[in-house]
Ligand binder design. Sequence first.
Ligand code: FAD
Length: 498
Amino acid sequence: MAPIFDLVGVGFGPANLSLCIALHESEEARTKGFSMVFLEKQPQFAWHRTLLLPGTQLQVSPMKDLVTMRDPTSYFSFTNFLHVHGRLPAYINRSESVPSRREWSAYLAWAARSMEQYARYGTTVLDIEPVKGSDGKVAYNRVIARDASGNTHSYLARNVCVAVGGQANIPESLTSVIDAPRVIHSAQFLTQMKTLEPILRAKKSLRLAVLGAGQSSAEMLVYLLDRFPEAQIDMIFRASALVPSDDTPFVNSAAFDPASSQRFWELPLKLRRQHVVEFKHTNYSVVRADLIAQIYEAAYEERVELDGETSECRICIQPNTLVLNSEESGDQIVLHTRPVHVAEPVSNTFDAVFLGTGFVRDAYRMPFVDSLRSHFSLLSADGVQRLRESEEAFDNSGDAVADPEAERGRTRGITRDYFLVPDEPDAWNTTSETISSVPKEATENVEAPAETRDRVVSPRILVLGCNESTHGISDSLLSVAAHRAGIIKSSLLARTPE
Ligand SMILES: Cc1cc2nc3c(=O)[nH]c(=O)nc-3n(C[C@H](O)[C@H](O)[C@H](O)COP(=O)(O)OP(=O)(O)OC[C@H]3O[C@@H](n4cnc5c(N)ncnc54)[C@H](O)[C@@H]3O)c2cc1C
C-alpha cells in the first residue's frame, strides 16, 4: 500500500492545532484510521514569540480557547490546563478577566505537546503539487518540505489544510530600508532586538521611531520607553488619534460569534464588505484602552515641570502623519514624512525604526502555492479579481439558483467549510483512482503514516486565516478556531470512507 495521509497540515499555530485536537478526540476518526501530520517551520511550538513582551495580555476571552466552542468537555480547554497545573483557584481569584500572553502561550504549548505525535517541527513547506493519476485527474497532493538539516521530504496527502498566519506588511515607502538591521517589523521584534539592543544602548543620545497606531506599535512603544529611558521616541501614524479596540458585548457577538460567521457567509459581497468596514475597530489600527491610558499617562508625566524645570519631551506622538519615503544614512534611517494637511515634507533622522504596520493575509501571497495557482482562482491576484467580479455580477442579476450554497462556493472560490473550489472541478473529482496506484517512484523519500488505507477520495486543499472577505473578520483570530475546527473535522470525516 502506498503511504498517504488523509490530512497534511501546513503550519501548526492555533488554527491547525485546534483542528488536530478535534480529529485526535474523534471516535469516528479513530474508527476510520484517519491519518494526519502537521508541518511547522519553527523548531518547536511557539505562538508569536517575537512579540511576547512583558505585561501583554490576551485580547479575547480565554473561553475562546482551542476547544471550548466546539466541545466544552474537552481535556484541552484552558480551564483544564489551569486545573492540571494546580492554578485554577488562584486564576479565578485574579482581578483580571484575561490571562497574560505568556500564560496563553504556555497553554497552547501544553496542548501542542500532547499532539507531538502528529507534528513535524523544523519543517518548512516549499510547495504543494497536485499529482495526476492514470485517469488524468488529480489523485493526491504532494507536499514538499525542507527539514532543519536542509533535506527535502514529500508528504502525500488527500487533504491539505494550510494555516500559516500572515506575512509582515511593509508599506511601499519603507521597502528601501526594510533590510537595514535598524528597521524592525513587529513580526521580528524580539528576535532582531537581541542584536540591536546592545548597539543602541552604546549610543549617547537616541531617537527612535515607531510607525503605526495599532496594538503592536503601542506595545513596542511601551517596551522601548522602559528599555531606553533616555531616548526620544516618535510614534508616527496616519490616524488622528490612538483609538481603543472595541470588545463590548454586542459588538463581540455581531463580529465573532459562531452564528455571526454563518450569517456573514450568507451575505452578498456588498454587505460583507460593509460588515468588515463596520467592525474594523475590533481588530485593526486599534489599541486596548488600558494601554492607551498608560501611554497617555507617560506622555503627560513628561510635561509636568519639577522644580520649575522643563525637560525635552521623550514621547512625541505624531498623528495625521504620512511616511512618504525612507533612506539609510550611515547607521541611521531618514524618514521623510508629511502631516496630512501640510504640503511640505519634513525629514527626520532616527537610530532605529519599528514597524507596527500589520500583516497581509491573502491566500495568493503564500509563497508555496505556485504549483496550485493554475487550479484555483483564489490563489492568484487576477483570479481573486475575477471571482469578485463574477460574484458581483451574480448578486446584481438577482437570479434564483437551485443550490445557493454551490453557487456561493463557485463565485467565492471557497466553500463554507473552507475547501478551495477548483476552477475545473472535474479534474479534481477522482472516481476510479485508488491510492495504491501511486507510482512506486513517487513514494521514495516520502514520509508515511504508521498505517495507511486504500481509499478513493478526491483530493482537496483547505485554507484558514486568510478568508476575511468570505468568512468574516474573525477568520484570522482565535475566536473562531475551535468552532471552525469542528466544522472542518466533520467535513473531512464525512468524505473519508470507512
Ligand atoms: C502578537 C500577536 C498577538 C495576538 N493576539 C491575539 C489575541 O489576543 N486574540 C486573538 O484572537 N488573536 C490574536 N492574534 C491574531 C493571531 O492571528 C491568532 O492569535 C492566531 O495566532 C492565529 O492562528 P493561526 O494558526 O491561523 O496562525 P499563526 O499563529 O500565525 O500560525 C501559523 C503557523 O504557520 C507556520 N508556518 C508559516 N509558514 C510555514 C511554512 N511554509 N511551512 C511550515 N510552517 C509554516 C508559522 O511558523 C506558524 O507557527 C495575535 C497576533 C499577534 C501577531
